[in-house]
Design a protein. Structure first.
Length: 258
């Protein structure tokens, strides 16, 4: 969602869901914005297996950028009359991490979530705030690490036993063949999704997202949805129409409702 109009559409949906009784938590990324500011600092962004190589200076830039993104989202929520608080995974020791490696290669301050303490989220929800979380955490030595936003969202969803986890991305959902629109999958069980992974059907950037989906459901999340965030009101269309518009992951084949 690279323009403010789409961001506002999503925020409108989330605030509406809150007003009708949901308890949403937003976990956001900011990769393109981080790359922009890394470039403005005179550095060149480097990636290994899709993971940003994050030295100390890049980590400092990432934390500043993600903090700005968080507060921009808070402003959008507050403009709609809903109370919001922007935090990072450092607050309340929400996200604990270990150092992450890419095929054994040291890529700097990139973290892998190893623990979640959701108390701060429960406190905010109990006080009727909408929590907005930037994917930054600390290790046992209190060093700061950047975390993949999808991974952070999955870990938080499992920790709070969320009913739904929604990934907003730039495709309609999951396809058996990305080049064949007729191969679109609307509903899939975790066992079926893991079979697709084992068969090598799913690859590229969708593979880690699919892995996060399966792990979240096995971790207690009731439903996981992959939606096209470029479609206005995609969440409402997914939740409140008969067929939905994205891909829904669930545990068993005898699913009943969305």
């Amino acid at each position: 969602m690279n323009n403010e109009e789409l961001q506002r559409s999503v925020i409108q949906d989330v605030t509406l869901l809150k007003l009708v009784g949901f308890k949403p938590i937003i976990v956001h990324g900011g990769g393109k914005e981080i790359s922009k500011w890394v470039g403005l600092s005179g550095k060149e962004s480097q990636f290994v297996n899709g993971l940003r190589v994050t030295d100390a200076e890049t980590m400092e830039i990432a934390e500043m950028v993600l903090g700005k993104v968080s507060k921009d989202l808070v402003r959008m929520v507050e403009e709609l009359g809903v109370k919001a608080v922007g935090i990072s995974g450092k607050d309340g020791n929400l996200l604990k991490v270990n150092k992450k490696y890419a095929d054994g290669q040291d890529i700097g301050y990139v973290g892998e979530v190893c623990g979640v303490d959701p108390k701060i989220l429960y406190d905010l929800l109990d006080c009727d705030y909408l929590p907005i979380v930037a994917p930054i955490g600390m290790d046992e030595n209190y060093d700061t690490y950047n975390i993949n936003a999808d991974e952070a969202a999955s870990a938080i969803a499992k920790a709070v036993k969320a009913d739904k986890l929604v990934y907003l991305t730039d495709i309609a959902g999951l396809y058996r063949d990305i080049n064949d629109p007729d191969s679109f999958i609307r509903r899939i069980t975790i066992a079926e999704a893991e079979d697709l992974i084992d068969q090598g059907v799913i690859g590229g950037g969708m593979l880690p997202k699919l892995t996060n989906c399966t792990e979240a459901v096995r971790g207690g999340v009731h439903r996981v949805h992959i939606l096209d965030g470029r479609v206005p009101h995609s969440m409402l269309l997914e939740f409140f129409t008969e067929k939905g518009i994205g891909t829904m992951f669930h545990l068993k084949s005898d699913t009943d409702t969305k």
